[in-house]
Every structure is written in C-alpha cells, then in structure tokens.
Unconditional design. Structure first.
Lengths: 1029, 410
C-alpha cells in the first residue's frame, strides 16, 4: 500500500501558521512573558558566554533560566533584530506543537486519520491559544512540543530496544531540557512514566491474545523483561536533566530561592475569585469540559491506565486552591513556588488525542451512528455544530481577551526613553520605570542603562524586593500597600542603589514621588514624565559581580545550541524519509493497535449528556448570579456599589446615570462639578475595599453608609460617606450630594513671583561638567535635632533652614549609634518635611527608621495588607547617639508656597482649619506638617496629615486635624554636635552665616495649645501640584 | 607491591639526576661616568655615557623619578656604554635617580636634576569658589592657580602670578607667588552685593574669567502694611500684606525669593499665617477675609534674621442677622436671604450648617450646604426624618440659631 500524505495534517499546518502566525504579531508583545524572553535573548546576543547581567536587580545571573530559546532568539537577532528572532521562534514553536500533537495522537491511537484530527484540534485548542497569545510562554511551548515529539521515540526504544531509537530519544530530550527545565522534570513523571507503562502494556498485550488475558502477572513479567531499557532511559534522562543545564543547578544551589512567595492566580480558589477561575480553568479546558466523562472512560481503559492516573492527577492539581487536595499533595513549599496553571496545560494537551478520537467518532464513527439512530440526523448535526461553535467561540474569546480587557498598558514608544538614557551620561545612574507593565523588559533590552527593578522575579536579589510578595516595583500599585511600601523605600533612599531617574507612565505614582523629594525633569515626546532626584552619586565604575567557574560559562554557552544541532543531525534522516515518503519504511508497531470503533457504549452517551446538562446548569446559574450581583440598579446595595465602581474607573457618565433623575442634575452639570474637584481621592486613589451598610430601608428609599478604603500612593485613606437612595420605577437611584457654591472674588487677578532656571551644562561637551558650571550647594542650617522614642519607636526630629540666597532641595540622612559608637541603622527623611525650601524658609523634619519588612523569618506575613504597614528597624541595642548628614542642592521647581492657613479653631473633634490658596497654581494634595513643642519651645514631635481634597485657586479647603498624645514620648538625645551640612559641621555654618540668630522668631510662630505632653503646635503646609502650569 | 616501589624509585631517581648548571663567578666591573652634565630642562634629551673595563650585556641602567622606574638595556657605542632616557622620563621635572647595575650589584649611582621648561609656555588651572558669598566682612572666595609648563610640570616655587579682580568700578591687581604647586588668593567679600570677576596671569598666559556672586547679608527689620478693599468680614474678599523694601545692614536689597512669613493672631488666640516671597525686596502675601467679625494682629518674620512691626486689622460684621423660613410641614428650610453690609446679597458659597437633635436632645444628623444667590435650602425628606419634634441648630457667618419645631406631613 502506498502511503498517502496526511491531508488533515497539512491543512492544520497551513491553517495553524496562517492563523497563529499572523495573530502573534498583535498579541505576543502584550503577553506577560514574551518580552522577558526577549530581554534574555538580548543578553545572549550581547555577551554569549558571560552569564552576569547588570541591567536588572543590580545584577543577576541568566543561568537562572534554561537558555536555549533565548540563545536561538539571540542568534536570529543578528539577521533581523530581536523581535524578528522572537517571531521566528514563535513560528517554529507553532509548527512543532501541531506536528508534536499529531505524532503523539498517532502514537496513542495508531490511526493516521485520528492523528489528523488531533493536529486540527491542536490548532484550535484554547489552552494553546492562551499559553501562546496571552501568557507568551515560548520556552514552555517549545519544550512541551519537543517532548511530544520524543514520546514516539521513547515508546519505540522501550518496545524494540533498537539503539537508533535510544539516540533519537536522548537527543530530543536534551533539547527539551535546555529549553525549559520544569517541563522535562514533570514531563518525566506525568508524560513519560505513563508512556513507558503503556509501552510495556502493549508489549504484554502482544504476548497474550486479548486484553482480558492480560493479567497483572503478565504485566509484571513483561515489565521485568523491559526493565533494563527503562533503567537505561531513566538514567539517561536524569543525566541529561542534570548535565545539560548543570550551571542552572549549580546556581540554584548557590543562590537558593529564599524570597517570599508571590501570590499567583492559579493558586486561588476559582469559585471565589472567578477571574482566576476563568483564566486558569475555564479557558484552558474550554469545550473539553463537556467531554470529561469520555476522557475518563477512555483513559481508564487497560491500555491507557497509566495515562488515566496521570491525567486525573494533573486535573486535580490544576484546580489550584479550589480544593485543598493540591496543597495536601504538593506540600506548602512546592504549592507556593509552582504556578499550578501548567498542570492544567499538561492535562489539556494530554487529553488532545482522546479528544481527537472523540471528534473522529463523532464526525465519522460510531457516535455518529448511535446518535443518528437514537435522536436523528438533525440532532447530530446540531450537536456537532454546537461543539465546533463552542470551540471556535473559546478560541476567539481567548484571543480577544487581551483586546477587550487589556492586561498591559498601551504600547509605549521606547525611542525617546532610550535616547534620553543615552544622552548626557544619564546611564551613569540607575533608572526605574513606573506603570510600564511587561514592556519594561523591552525597554531594558534596548538600552545599556540599568534599573533596580526587573521582570524575572526568581532572580530578585534586593532585600526590599525579596521580602515582599511583589514581582516588580514598576506595578507596585497592584500589590496594595505592600507594593507601595517597597516602592517608597526605593524612593526615600535612592542613593543606596544610585537611582536617579524615574520614567512614569502612570500619574498615580506622582504624589509619592513629589513627597519623597523627587522633581519633574521633563516630559518626553511619548508622554512619559521623567522625574529625577538630586544628590544621588553615579554608579561606581566597578560593580560587584558573582562570577562562576569558566567551565560553567562554556557549558552554558555551548551545550544548548549543540543539543539542537545534534538532534537535528540525528533526526534529519527520519524526518526526510517521513515527510517526503522517499523510501518505504516499516510502520512502527503501535500502528497495529488501531481500534475498530464500532460500538459506542450507550450508557456513556447518556452519562455524557447528563454531565453536559449539569455543566450548562452550573453555567446558567453562574451567569444568573453574575447578573444579580452586577445589575446596577437591582437593589440599593448594587446601585451604591456600581456608583463607586464607576467613580473609581472615572466613568462619570455611567455614574451620572445612577443619580436620581428627579434631582435635575443634568450630565453636563455633573461632569462640570466632578471635573473641578481635584485631590488625592479623585485623582490618585484606587478603590481598595467598599463596605456598604444599608439602613432605614423602606420599599422606596434607603440610606447607605459607605465605608471606603482607598489605596493612594501615599497611604491608605478611609472615608465615610452617607448617601440617600430612592427607588423609582423598580430602579434604585442615588440622590446627588450638594456641591460647594463658593465663588472667588476676582475673575482675573495678577500675581508676581520669582522664577529660577538652572542651565545645567553651559558648554555642550561629553566631558565631565566643567568646574565653572558646578553650582555651589545652597547652605542649610540645622536649627535643632533630637533623638526621641515615641510608642516604642525611635525617630530623629528637628528643624532645618535654608540660610542661602537660592532655593534648595534638601536631603537629610540620619544614622543611629549605640553608646559604643556602633552604627545601628540609617535612613532618609521621607515625607515628614518640605523637600524644597525658599531662601530663609524653615521646615520641621522627622526620620523614621524603616527596616526591610518581614526580613526575619520569624515575622509572619500578615494575612491581609495592613494599610499603614510600617516595619520599624529591629534594634538589638539601644540607640543613644545620632548623626545627621544634610545636603542642599539648587532647586528650581516645585517652589509653590502660596497656601495660607486662613482659619483655625479647636473643637471636640480636633482642630478645624481652613486653607486658602492665594496663588495661581491649583494645589492637588495639600499636606500639613505639624510640629509639637514643650513649654520651653523645644521641639518634641513631628506629625503629618495629607488632606484628601485639593485647594483650588482663590478658594478654601476645610480640614480637620486631631492632635496626637505624647504621653509616652521620651527624648533620648538632643544635640547638634554631629550634624553636618554639605559635609561641613553645622556649628561652623551657624557661626558664620547666622551669628546673631534671633530664636524668638520661631517661638512667635507657634500656636499655644495645651495638649497631652506638649504646650505649643506649629502648622506648616507643603503642597503637591498635579499639573504645574 | 614491588612494581609500585620500583616505579616510585625510578621516578625519584629521574627527579634527582638532572644536572644543575653552576653560574661562573663574575669579576666586578669597574665603570665610570663620562657625562658631566647633571642639570637639564624638561624635554631635553638626556644621554648618560659610561666607560667600563669590560663589556657585558648584563650591565643595565636603573632609573627612577616621579614618572616611575625603568631598567634601560645595555647599548654599546665606540667602546662606551650609552643610555638614552625615554621622553616620558625626560619630560618629568624633578630629581631623576640612576644606578648602573650588573646582575644584582650596583656599580655606580647618581642623579640628574630636571627643571620645568617654562620657555615653551605655561598652562594654567584655576579654581575659584565658592561661587557665591555673602556681603559683609567675613566671607570670601578663594582663587587657586596651578601654573604648569607644557609638560604639565608645576612651575618652580615663587613664580609670580598676577591676579586681577573687578567689582563695580574697581579693578585691582595683586601679585602672589606660587608655593608648592600653586598660588592662591582670598577675594574678600565687599559690603555691597553684586558680582566679582577674577582672572590670573602667569608667565604671559592668562586664565579665563571666573566669577562669584556677592549675595546680600541677612535682612534687617522692616515695615508692613495691610491693604484691603473694605473692612467687613465677608469671607470672600482678599486682604493683602505688603512690606517696604527689605534690606540688609549694608543697604543691599535682600535676594529675590526670600521667604517672609506673616503671622496672624486673631482674637481667639489662633495663630494663622500666610507667606510671600520678596521681589526687589518687597514682599506681598494674601489671604481671605474672615467670615465673622475678627481682630487680627499681624507681624511678619524672616525667621532668625528679622521681623516687622506689628499691625492690627479689625473686621466688622458683614451680616448682622438672617431669617429662617419653614414650609411644607416644617420640612423645608430656607435660610436667608443673607444680606451683607450694604444690604446686598452675599456672594455665593457661604457655609450653612444644620445640626438636628431629637426633642430629648440626642444628636441625629448634620447637614451642610452653601448659599446660592443669598439663600440656602435644606429639605428634610419624610423617608429619613419621621414626623415629630426636633431641635435645629443653624450656624452661618458666626451666628448660631436654635429652633425647636414640630415636623408633620410632607
């Protein structure tokens, strides 16, 4: 018989390449992982043998991820650039996957027809679509595809023992190992072990006449016969896994992963967190869910029994935290390190041959006959249409998920940033992107500049990162206060990592940048705002590096590509023969095991129908629940929730539609009123939790107390709001709150002010800045400084004045010592001070000594993110002395001072005050810095408060401040002895610049107030302007 | 066992048997220096010529100066041994030590003195700082000049450097001498603010222009005044505070941008404030009129340096009284019209607060609203406030009113 070309396979290859091949150009770059692989590829393209990569995390080793795919992209990048390399590899992966599934199906079923079905289903498998187009896991797909290819060879080696198959097996396994380490390790357990079982089973079957005669005894006997081959293969496999990526294991041993686990959606309870359920369960399984009974029926037949066990195990492990079983099976450690979605991926791929078999029987086999017999031809066609339609729907749904619910910020044009970093030695400092998503990897790949962040969280090295469950600082706002806390540490002490530039693609972070003392430098053409920090030294010329033995470098550089070449040469003859049918070859033994498929069990058909019906019921109920929960005006509770949701996402027209139509607030008016309210809540907050309490409910009305917690970049804000609700025509509405009618007195007014400009370099040169162009550092004077202990926590407080004639940017760093002059801790002033001071302006400051959160293992992670999570440094010894190093640098931005304290009154609720903005800039977030003094006007404590609403021009803003109680405050040391300004002793400056200082001036500016532990107060105002004009 | 021993023995024997060449004893060579010149200028070519009673390739010249250390190889010329010093060494001013050596023995030693080559021109590094100083008698900027010859050797001690400084109309010359690399001069700050330019001249080479800014010294006490359009407490108009020209003790106007804090103490002993920054010595700050009658005492500070006179401003009541009208079963409250000092309607946005208490005095709710066209309106809808008797406390423009009303119907 002449072998014909399998048309279904050719068809699926053409369709697969056309469909996936064109779609990747729109999806791959916005996937989670693809750009990370691109960055690694750039590393190899740049320095093939040196594994040390300086650009992320202050340096990490690329030997922490198997290199093959990256190296291939790196080589291809010499032809057409990095992205060309990535797309080429993706196309290769598509071909490998389709052919891999074909060969795996052929092995499993022995039928070329069914294998053809398998290849078609592989193209439209939602799990493949998701892995490629949403996750972008190129190495994982490549490794899995090659593993599928190698399965036939493994089977034949076990079965026949021909040495040729041993070499093909080993060569392919080596490629798998070097592309992805997890795939072969778990593949050995979940794919290869059952495969060997099946091979032995088949061999045993050949010794008897029917499966009935195949007893356990026969099986054991056959196993013993094959044990040598199994052992040879097993040892070879283990050897390959260890040897081919030996530097990886060497590195894992040297740098064990000790970091806090990052929460991953695949570990969630899918019933509770439905979005995770969708992404990690519903999408990968897709239409396969309906065929579940058939899978179990087929997999638990004698031949597939081992696959059945493996399949069941994978299915259960893939359910994540929905059931406690995966946690029990894997144990705590493995459960929290592994991402469980890969189990679902393997389960769905494992099921493909069986699904192909089902499809075959459905389209042209016994199921068709049975259904047509029982229910008629129309029903069969409808059913077929539904299955095919469902499958197509899942593919389209998955493919467009990223379009309708973007998981990444819009594509950023990196060129202006790359140019900025390249110009004027900006790459002598580290930078940090904010709000870039996974595109940060693409930025890193294009520049030689270094960042403190990175996108490969297993390689995180900085304690600020590894001790917290955040994958990147770049997207810290999505990690709640924990993320923001980590970001704040980098922003407060940027000189620790020579961090000078921040590229902000998300204005959410702007307030924290301002209050940590950063300033806007310029807006690039692509809309990215560049922030800079003064007084940060450049990166030293010599940087630490963890070197590895040369042999490791050589192994890493040579083995992976060699495995591909070797595999290619070993297999090329086979491929050639198989593809072109140039020579007749003996069909492999498994081809004889094709089943006749002539009677489909009726019972199974009914069970399948019942199962499908139950699934549909669950689906329907889910949709119903979703409807009831989410239809905005269905209940009083829903309307409030919907209203706040709309506000959170700034969908003001939607929010307006929930307002009582009889209150006569038209949309234009509403938008106008909303647009004029600015402030941290309306512009920089993310709604974190919403508690709604409905009371005084009548059939047509209700009141709602809404307790909201907003995550802002500065701290979390609790807000209580009261709303009146009404029901009109079976819909609930919110009554609009009244707006402030205040009008300022002047339509047009003038204001004069001094502005400053700093040329930077006056000469255009690539040399170091000329001596003449270096500005003198403005002179500051520390007026007082104290080490205090309040509520068990040490702080340094004090006052500092800009005694120069130019505005100053002020950085204050304090170090604590014990009695023996041993350094205990150091930290910078965060937002308890005004960082920009006009000439002769003073500010109070406070430095809290923040430790790196949860750094010692005995601290348990808090179960929920605590809003104002602050980890004080653990002091083994009592700090008794301190040292303050302050530095001034000429400032020329953020010098707006025109907010006045217009009224102040003490009531039982604390101080009620009024701020008034007398200038020409709209203050987005005002901050009060409150200092406390004792009877002798000595500073005791410094406190702060961010006012949630902004102060508009010529308008008032009310605030309330409750003074704190200083009953446990203890002053440990008051001294100006070890205070330094720009490296010079403070006393000398004081003597020279202000020999006749009049201290009564400060006294005259304090508010007498008898509080607990203090006698005077002073209010200072620091204002953040969101949009400087 | 024997085999092993034999192998070990053979190895041992092989190790011992290799012969060592013994070096012949050298007879000490007698050498003498031919070159007599020991003083050179930087950049001159330097050759050291020796004669010796026997020639040997082992004779080398070891030289050492500020540039480094070097062994020069043996070179024979007409029975003499000649060493030419490389330019790196000849261009370096200072002492250059030499030793004629053979194997490890020094045959002769001596030194050469190289002086800077000033004839070919002088280069100059100048540093001037700090770049800004304070007017008065105790601040200064230092000018440091490091002249060098063309080979970057510092010029000899006591080389004369002329420094010129310019301030206002006066240009002065000062002569200083270098000492250990450099010359320096302190430019004392004048009592007037302005800009000092300096330059230096050495061996005919001039430096570029360097500058320091003389900033005014600390301010002295000043005077302030309040400017307002009327003296009613309407909570809407802006009051301005302005100073006279603020100067330092030498009559210089304080630098632009100096921050001045205006402390306002009101009759309730609340410390309010507003700030301004100076332009040409004059500072202006603004704040809003209070909403109720008030006595303000204002004094301005440049903290630590100076303060102003204290002034008093009193604000008269703008709104004497207002009416409250109840309607719709006492559920609708119209507060106002609020009329200002000329019986005009107040500008929009006056805060009105209503506290509702039950008849037994329990607090129920606070409602806040602002006026529009002189009035503000609050409706207490029956869904939220059932019929009954309530106590209302209304507060606006500092006037509190307490009313007990019975609510019925809607």
């Amino acid at each position: 018989m002449k072998k014909k070309t399998n048309t279904l396979l050719i068809l699926s290859l053409i369709v697969g390449l056309a469909f996936h091949g064109s779609a990747i150009f729109f999806t791959l770059e916005s996937t989670y992982d693809a750009l990370i692989h691109l960055f690694f590829a750039d590393h190899y393209a740049d320095s093939w043998f040196d594994p040390w990569e300086y650009r992320w995390y202050t340096g990490f080793t690329v030997q922490s991820y198997p290199p093959l795919v990256h190296q291939v992209i790196g080589i291809l990048s010499y032809i057409g650039g990095l992205k060309f390399g990535m797309y080429t590899v993706a196309l290769i992966a598509i071909v490998l996957f389709i052919t891999g599934v074909y060969r795996y199906t052929l092995l499993m079923t022995g039928s070329r027809r069914i294998a053809g079905y398998g290849s078609v289903l592989a193209v439209f498998s939602s799990t493949f679509v998701e892995t490629l187009h949403i996750f972008g896991q190129l190495p994982s797909i490549t490794a899995l595809s090659i593993l599928l290819h190698s399965m036939t060879e493994i089977y034949l080696w076990i079965k026949t023992g021909k040495i040729r198959y041993y070499f093909t097996t080993v060569s392919m396994l080596a490629v798998t190992v070097t592309s992805h380490h997890v795939t072969p390790i778990f593949g050995m357990v979940f794919f290869i072990a059952p495969l060997m079982g099946m091979a032995v089973m088949d061999a045993a079957r050949e010794r008897v006449n029917s499966y009935k005669e195949l007893t356990f005894k026969v099986f054991i006997n056959t196993t013993i016969k094959h044990v040598k081959r199994i052992a040879i293969f097993g040892f070879s496999g283990i050897f390959l896994i260890v040897f081919c990526i030996f530097p990886y294991w060497y590195n894992s041993k040297r740098n064990p992963i000790t970091q806090v686990a990052i929460p991953h959606g695949s570990r969630d309870n899918f019933l509770e967190i439905t979005s995770s359920g969708l992404v990690f369960f519903v999408i990968p399984w897709g239409i396969l869910l309906f065929v579940m009974p058939y899978f179990f029926y087929r997999f638990f037949s004698k031949r597939y029994i081992f696959f059945g066990l493996s399949f069941a195990l994978l299915t259960i492990l893939g359910t994540g935290g929905t059931t406690p079983i995966p946690l029990l099976m894997l144990g705590d450690a493995a459960f929290n390190i592994l991402t469980l979605d890969r189990f679902t991926l393997w389960a769905t791929v494992m099921a493909l041959p069986i699904f192909a078999e089902f499809a075959y029987r459905m389209v042209e086999g016994d199921i068709k006959v049975l259904i047509q017999e029982k229910f008629g031809g129309v029903f069969h066609r409808v059913l077929g249409g539904l299955v095919a339609g469902g499958m197509l729907f899942m593919v389209l749904f998955t493919m467009t998920l990223g379009y309708f619910r973007p998981s990444q910020p819009a594509k950023i044009n990196m060129l202006p940033i790359v140019n900025f970093l390249g110009a004027d030695s900006h790459d002598s400092w580290r930078y940090l992107p904010l709000g870039f998503g996974d595109q940060m990897a693409w930025l890193s790949a294009q520049t030689t500049a270094m960042t403190v962040d990175g996108n490969y969280h297993s390689a995180r090295r900085l304690p600020e990162l590894t001790t917290r469950a955040i994958e990147r600082i770049e997207n810290s706002k999505f990690r709640g206060v924990e993320g923001i806390g980590s970001l704040q540490q980098f922003l407060t002490v940027p000189e620790k990592y020579n961090l000078k530039y921040i590229f902000s693609n998300d204005k959410f972070y702007d307030p924290i940048l301002y209050y940590c003392g950063w300033q806007r430098l310029q807006q690039l053409e692509n809309g990215i705002m560049v922030w800079e920090k003064l007084n940060v030294p450049p990166i030293p010329q010599i940087m630490p590096k963890e070197d590895v033995p040369t042999i490791m470098k050589i192994m890493w550089g040579i083995i992976p590509i060699s495995t591909v070449l070797i595999a290619f040469f070993i297999n090329i003859q086979l491929i050639w023969v198989r593809l072109l049918k140039s020579k007749k070859i003996e069909p492999p033994s498994f081809m004889k095991l094709e089943l006749p498929y002539n009677k489909f069990p009726k019972k199974l058909l009914y069970i399948s129908f019942v199962w499908a019906f139950m699934l549909l019921l669950c689906l329907g109920y889910g949709i119903y629940l979703f409807y009831v929960k989410n239809v905005a005006q269905y209940s009083a509770n829903n309307v409030v929730e919907a209203y706040y949701d709309a506000l959170d996402f700034k969908e003001f027209s939607t929010a307006h539609s929930y307002l009582d139509p009889e209150s006569n607030v038209d949309i234009a008016q509403y938008m106008l009123e909303v647009s004029v309210t600015d402030g941290i809540l309306s512009s920089y907050a993310k709604l974190d939790s919403l508690g709604i309490e409905i009371y005084d409910e009548t059939p047509t009305s209700a009141k709602a107390k809404v307790v909201t917690r907003w995550i802002t970049p500065l701290e979390s804000i609790y807000s209580n709001d009261y709303h009146e609700l009404v029901k009109r025509k079976s819909k609930w509405y919110i009554k609009p709150s009244k707006f402030d009618n205040d009008i300022p007195p002047d339509q047009l007014f003038t204001a004069n002010g001094t502005t400053f400009y700093n040329h930077g370099r006056r000469k255009i040169t690539t040399q170091q800045t000329y001596h003449e162009d270096v500005l003198k550092q403005p002179v500051l004077e520390i007026l007082s400084a104290k080490l205090v202990k309040n509520r068990g926590q040490y702080s340094i407080i004090g006052e500092i004045q800009n005694v120069d004639n130019v505005p100053a940017d002020v950085v204050i760093k304090a170090t604590l010592y014990n009695g023996m002059n041993k350094e205990l801790a150091n930290y910078n002033a965060k937002y308890h001070m005004k960082h920009k001071l006009m000439p002769k302006e003073t500010t109070a400051f406070k430095i809290n000594f923040e430790g790196i959160a949860w750094s010692s293992t005995k601290d348990t992670l808090p179960p929920t993110f605590d809003p104002d999570q602050f980890t004080p440094v653990d002091f083994d010894e009592q700090p008794t002395k301190f040292n303050i190093q302050s530095a001034g640098n000429t400032a020329n931005t953020d010098l707006y001072k025109h907010v006045a304290l217009q009224d102040l009154e003490y009531t039982n609720q604390g101080f009620n005050g009024v701020l008034f903005n007398s200038g020409v800039q709209e203050v987005t977030i005002p901050q009060l810095i409150v200092s406390y003094y004792n009877k002798e006007h000595e500073l005791l404590w410094v406190d702060h408060k961010f006012i949630p609403e902004g102060v508009r021009i010529q308008r008032k803003q009310f605030f309330n401040y409750k003074p704190t109680q200083l009953d446990s405050l203890e002053v440990i040391n008051t001294s100006l002895k070890n205070c330094f300004v720009n490296g010079l002793p403070n006393a000398a400056i004081s003597d020279k610049i202000f020999p006749n200082r009049d201290f009564t001036h400060s006294f005259d500016q304090t508010q007498p107030f008898k509080g607990v532990g203090f006698d005077y107060l002073k209010f200072e105002i620091n204002s953040y302007i969101g949009n400087p004009k | 066992m024997y085999k092993k021993l034999i192998i070990l023995y053979i190895l041992f024997a092989l190790g011992c048997s290799s012969k060592k060449e013994e070096a012949p004893r050298t007879v000490p060579i007698k050498a003498s220096l031919v070159t007599q010149k020991t003083n050179y200028k930087a950049g001159d070519s330097i050759r050291l010529v020796f004669t010796a009673d026997q020639q040997s390739e082992n004779i080398k010249l070891h030289i050492k100066n500020a540039f480094g250390t070097l062994l020069l190889p043996y070179q024979k010329q007409n029975d003499q041994i000649v060493f030419t010093l490389p330019t790196n060494f000849t261009r370096k001013a200072g002492l250059c030590f030499w030793k004629l050596i053979q194997e490890n023995e020094t045959l002769l030693k001596g030194n050469i003195d190289i002086i800077p080559m000033t004839e070919k021109g002088t280069n100059m590094e100048t540093y001037f700082g700090p770049r800004s100083i304070t007017a008065g008698d105790n601040d200064y900027s230092m000018l440091v000049i490091a002249p060098t010859d063309v080979y970057d050797n510092t010029v000899s001690n006591s080389t004369e450097v002329t420094i010129k400084t310019q301030f206002l109309e006066k240009i002065s010359d000062i002569k200083v001498a270098t000492n250990n690399l450099m010359a320096w001069y302190n430019v004392r700050s004048p009592r007037k603010s302005g800009r000092v330019l300096v330059t230096a001249l050495c061996n005919g080479t001039t430096s570029n222009e360097l500058t320091t800014i003389v900033f005014p010294a600390n301010s002295t006490d000043f005077k302030i005044d309040a400017i307002m359009d009327h003296d009613f407490a309407d909570g809407n108009q802006i009051i301005k505070f302005k100073s006279d020209k603020i100067k330092d003790e030498f009559g210089n106007v304080v630098s632009d941008g100096t921050l001045v804090t205006f402390m306002i103490k009101n009759q309730k002993d609340a410390y309010l404030y507003t700030v301004g920054t100076t332009i040409d010595g004059v500072v202006e700050a603004r704040t809003l009129h209070p909403a109720a009658a008030a006595e303000w005492n204002i004094q301005a500070y440049i903290t630590g340096a100076s303060k102003s006179n204290a002034i008093n401003v009193s604000f008269k009541t703008a709104i004497a009284d207002y009416e409250i009208y109840f309607s719709k079963g006492n559920r609708n409250l119209d507060i106002g019209p609020l009329k200002s000092f000329m019986k005009q309607l107040v500008p929009d946005g006056i805060l009105v607060q209503l506290d509702i208490y039950s008849s037994t005095g329990e607090f129920i709710e606070t409602k806040k609203t602002t006026t529009k066209k002189g009035v503000s309106n609050i409706f207490l809808s029956p869904e939220y406030l059932p019929d009954g008797t309530y106590k209302f406390i209304i507060e606006a423009v500092g006037i509190k009113k307490e009313i007990i009303k019975e609510i019925n119907g809607g």
